[in-house]
Design a protein around this ligand. Structure first.
Ligand SMILES: Nc1ncnc2c1ncn2[C@@H]1O[C@H](COP(=O)(O)OP(=O)(O)OP(=O)(O)O)[C@@H](O)[C@H]1O
Ligand SMILES: [Mg+2]
Length: 324
């Protein structure tokens, strides 16, 4: 049985200007120890989807409009705040997109790391301290014991990301949700952080949902991939199948815009146009206005994600018809 099964999750924001359909019917499952990458452009709903699962969105304006998320016998979307608090930080760890907003600037790093242990795991202070130092060491922080006294602003951006990972992992979660854990870091630090996550995953046997807007990050790190566009998944497959043969024009366009797949001197491809405004109803395929392969039918019929090869799903009508 899958560790987490999300079925048709929908999260909308009810604002003064109308309803923003940030997440509009996504489904996925992740096995124990597995890694799922979710990739998509800025604003496609990746963070809202993950925050929905953890009950961390402001409600209102956010509202879970439907769907379920089964995790260890609990429906995360329906179980209520008390049950979620028991899961969050303990059985599901989370690395937030912006470490500076997730770390408390007025609290020493050590105290922040020890807090979940003292609250959830009922550790003694001495044990919590020892585990916090070990967690910092495991993510490659030098002089961990003395750095426990520091405040977040005394760490570099890359070190703060590592602290976030240490914090997410300190209680030994079964699932780690990492939202853009390497954005805004230089390439070397990015690779180091992904290595830390992979190493700890192998040691602890936990599952990982890795959110990124960079397909290059997915390639080396994930078993399965879902491509998100305008609040929905437009393609999902094993990473190997997706990179061997993408089955949606949006995914193909994303691949053409990865720098490493280009010869030197060749101009980097960028997808024309912009993603749709999620505050307006979308007719037909949400990618149609930017799609190089668009046909008139694409602008009216709403495509569902459907299997087009074993384990490979696409929400492109032309792919589904065998036409692309
Ligand atoms: N509190 C809010 N009120 C109204 N709309 C919101 C709110 N929070 C997010 N949204 C909208 O939800 C949509 C999805 O946002 P989300 O943060 O999930 O994008 P993302 O895919 O994580 O993007 P990025 O790659 O930039 O992190 C966006 O259109 C955003 O404007
Ligand atoms: Mg985000």
């Amino acid at each position: 049985m899958a560790l987490l099964t999300v079925d048709n999750m929908r999260t909308h924001f009810h604002t003064r200007h109308g309803v923003v359909r940030a997440v509009d019917g996504i489904s996925f499952a992740i096995e124990q120890g597995g890694t799922l990458g979710i990739v998509g452009e800025s604003g496609s709903g990746k963070s809202v989807a993950m925050l929905s699962l953890l009950g961390l969105l402001p409600m209102p304006p956010a509202r879970i409009e439907g769907g379920s998320a089964a995790f260890a016998g609990l429906d995360l979307l329906a179980c209520g705040p008390a049950a979620l608090r028991g899961v969050r930080g303990r059985r599901i760890g989370m690395v937030f997109q912006d470490p500076m907003t997730a770390l408390n600037p007025y609290m020493r790093i050590g105290a922040q790391l020890m807090e979940p242990l003292l609250v959830h795991a009922k550790c003694s202070k001495t044990d919590a301290r020892a585990r916090a130092v070990a967690a910092l060491e495991s993510v490659g922080i030098q002089d961990a014991s003395s750095r426990m006294q520091d405040y977040p602003h005394q760490f570099s951006g890359g070190m703060r990301q590592r602290v976030m990972i240490a914090m997410a992992l300190i209680a030994g979660p079964e699932l780690l949700i990492a939202d853009e854990p390497t954005t805004a870091l230089d390439v070397t630090v990015q690779a180091q952080i992904l290595d830390v996550i992979k190493r700890l995953q192998a040691e602890l046997g936990m599952a990982v949902v890795l959110i990124t807007h960079d397909l290059g990050v997915i390639a080396g790190a994930c078993d399965d991939v879902a491509v998100m566009y305008a609040g929905r998944f437009v393609e999902s497959a094993s990473a190997a199948d997706l990179f061997r043969g993408p089955r949606h024009p949006y995914t193909r366009a994303l691949m053409r815009s990865i720098p490493s797949t280009h010869d030197k001197g060749e101009a980097l491809f960028t997808i024309p146009g912009a993603p749709p405004d999620l505050g307006r109803p979308i007719e037909g395929c949400p990618f149609a206005p930017r799609c190089a392969e668009v046909r008139p039918g694409c602008r009216t019929a709403v495509p569902e994600l459907a299997e087009v090869a074993p384990g490979h799903r696409s929400a492109c009508l032309r792919v589904q018809a065998g036409d692309l």
